[in-house]
Design a protein around this ligand. Sequence first.
Ligand code: SAM
Length: 410
Amino acid sequence: MKKTVVELFAGVGGFRVGLNNVELKNDKVIEKKTFDFVWANQWEPATKSQDAYNCYITRFGDKHANNVDINIVNKKEIPSHSLLVGGFPCQDYSVAQSLVKSNGIEGKKGVLWWSINEILQTKKPPFVLLENVDRLLKSPAKQRGRDFAIILRCFYENGYDVQWRVINAAEYGFGQRRRRIFIFAYHNKTKYAKALNKFDSSNTILKESVFAKAFPVKDSYIKINSVSIEEKIILNISQEFKSDFYNAGIMKNGNITSIQTEAITTSPITLKNIMVNTKIDSSYFLTADQIRKMEYLKGSKRIPRLRPNGESYNYTEGSMPFPENLDAPARTMLTSEKSINRSSHVLQDSQTKKLRFLVPIEAERINGFPDDWTNTGMPEKKRYFMMGNALVVGVIKQLGTEISNIIDNE
Ligand SMILES: C[S@@+](CC[C@H](N)C(=O)[O-])C[C@H]1O[C@@H](n2cnc3c(N)ncnc32)[C@H](O)[C@@H]1O
């Protein structure tokens, strides 16, 4: 089996950077071609300018890149591939009776999961690796687990078994406390799926899964849950399914086991390790007024507020380190980094000892991208935005090594 990849929601190419161990030397991309990227799709609905796409094609060329809304792409025209990858948004996946058609489900317009599902149906890639926020396991709040169960059921209907795991990158030696769910699905016709049948589900989760191999966990656990969706159609799941999904799990033939696992941790890269220690431009330093605002935003507060029904309550939030503890990894980077915002990182500069924001290269290092990866002509604000949307590429690299071995075996 060839290691051909289709990258959806490609952004600035985090999956490709990780899977192919990409480096940048004198603005030239050096790419180990372990995986052959045959098609990538990236289209930003919110803006006319397509900065992520432009960055992607500056780095990788435009031969196999596509800048069209994935909702309107004719899925049959996507090249065949052995691995489908993508970081897709957490949306509402519920299905109404009116969307149930004779030939299956027609998802709500604009909900990107349904495009992925259509690719599973039409292209049947043997392997799939997806990334999302960990909230996906619990969404929506009023019907916990529904959205994830819909995803699992779609995989089941298309003939896949699935493993998942929530990974906090900092627990495995990376420079950011970014907690994301990774989903690895494999068609039940693959040798890989068949080989796993000899293990029971909890053993697979704790020892044999792609995730356990790349990111080991302790072999004792506190919570385990089993549930089956074999007999439940998507409409029923949408209307009534409710269950807890823990941070690691497997679905085999529609039977789901999930376990609350604990990482076997390694010490993380710290902010000190990634900081730029040369002279930093004055525009990154906070003014006295900005320091005052940040002190307030990062401080603990208790604010009386009213609920829509008129009832009063206290909104509370705890304090955050200000400035950041440089001996710790970065917190989760958001798209709003470098704005006056509680979640922006503020560092004490090593030369001047004054307070400053991250510079774009530091934002890239926190995700493990090569320095200046997004320095492709987009406004600086967008460079932070791209990193807030991207992923810790080292996590993908480690998973890639496992997946590459699996595909070799096919
Ligand atoms: C979470 S980000 C993924 C970032 C990517 N993994 C990276 O490393 O940069 C999701 C991406 O999906 C893109 N996107 C959103 N809606 C889309 C659509 N309808 N069609 C194609 N891409 C879309 C966004 O512009 C964004 O870049």
